[in-house]
Design a protein around this ligand. Structure first.
Ligand SMILES: Cc1cc2nc3c(=O)[nH]c(=O)nc-3n(C[C@H](O)[C@H](O)[C@H](O)COP(=O)(O)O)c2cc1C
Length: 213
């Protein structure tokens, strides 16, 4: 049985395209695999605190010696890591905000990127400890960043892929919804292109389910 974790973070509510496409994708992947369960972590509706001293000091302190605030902060991070570890498929929706991901999504990564738990240093290199998962990353942006002069300004996609890979999540498919800010015609074309990309991604996913059966 498959388990999908859907993480959304657009601050634009029902207008959020990353949320719309990531949610559609998660639901349609679930429909391809009978018995699939889905957990939704909506970081815009229920934002996490930024990490602070209680978490940073608490996770380096033995459980019995933690203050109440440290215990609470570490428990939250443990529950987020457990939620992520329980999934075989992770779908992440990220809105470009000032050329990076929303701060709510950064806060989620700050909780789940944890030395000794989701990654470890091995000699001179780093080993990600969350292995064998499929990740679908959906990014939405006003500009066009996949190619052309603005590509170097995309501090969202590469950053998120780096963080995912750092904790072992290296099998990533990326769906871009981009170019929404260049007038109605360009926005329409962007949606058509994202719809097409979604369909082809779902076809590939369905084919891989068939191969596995
Ligand atoms: C506060 C804010 C900052 C934004 N910053 C950028 C930006 O730096 N670059 C860009 O191309 N688009 C930017 N946009 C446009 C969004 O990336 C675009 O609306 C995208 O669709 C947001 O994703 P969402 O639809 O999932 O909310 C910004 C939008 C908002 C509301």
């Amino acid at each position: 049985m498959s388990h999908i974790l859907l993480v959304t973070s657009s601050p634009r509510g029902s207008e959020g395209l990353s949320t719309r496409y990531a949610s559609q994708l998660a639901k349609r992947l679930a429909a391809q695999r009978p018995g699939t369960t889905l957990t939704v972590r909506d970081l815009a509706a229920a934002p996490l605190n930024h990490i602070g001293e209680a978490y940073v000091v608490g996770r380096a302190t033995p459980p019995g010696a933690r203050t109440a605030a440290q215990t609470e902060a570490v428990r939250l991070a443990e529950s987020l890591v457990a939620e992520l570890a329980a999934a075989d498929t992770v779908v992440i929706g990220s809105a470009m905000i000032n050329f990076g991901p929303p701060s709510s999504l950064k806060a989620w990564f700050d909780h789940v990127t944890w030395p000794g738990v989701t990654f470890r240093y091995a000699g001179n290199s780093v080993e990600g400890l969350l292995k064998g998962k499929k990740v679908y990353l959906v990014t939405a942006a006003g500009g066009n960043f996949s190619e052309g002069p603005l590509a170097a300004w995309d501090h969202q996609s590469g950053y998120l892929k780096h963080l995912l890979g750092f904790i072992g999540l290296t099998d990533i498919e990326h769906l871009r919804v981009e170019g929404m800010a260049h007038g109605p015609e360009a926005a329409q074309a962007a949606i058509a292109s994202a719809d097409e990309a979604l369909q082809s991604l779902l076809k590939r996913a369905a084919a891989s389910v068939e191969v596995a059966q």
